[in-house]
Design a protein around this ligand. Sequence first.
Ligand code: THU
Length: 161
Amino acid sequence: MQNFQFPYQRLVKTELSPEIQELVAAAEAVAEHAYAPYSHFKVGAALLLADGSMVTGNNHENASYPVGICAERAALSALDMNDTANKVKAIVVTYRPGQQTHNSPVAPCGMCRQAILEVQQWQQQPIAMYMYGPDGEVIFVENAAFLLPFAFGSGDFHTVK
Ligand code: THU
């Protein structure tokens, strides 16, 4: 039998660097403006880029439920993938408080993990993930790949010419 193991940390807000606390604030702010009339679960994601700028996104739902998009992918879709020098260093995901039975961190869905890994593989540099609960609890992983073992990627197939 083989085992997957990966390191993660449980932190509290005050242990985060000022830069990551700013990223949290950006994710919290954008979560307020999520369009979530069906789930009432408003999520915000903020990406920190190498040049210090931030890109944010929130969940955007639809009456045809599967059409809705998560906050993480909304943020990723606003990234300039041609700007290869400006890599994504970190992602914070959080949600508006009081919408859950708890205020603990939530992790990205499987589809978002796949989308995050696409960017990570493209830029060839790990993306740190901060899953931030509105009460200030944080789950931190230094590499988004830890969240998706046996991931499928562009190296796994050949396109037919
Ligand atoms: N959602 C996100 O935006 N990100 C997550 O990490 C988890 C789920 C959204 C999708 C949907 O609009 C709502 O939360 C409930 O699933």
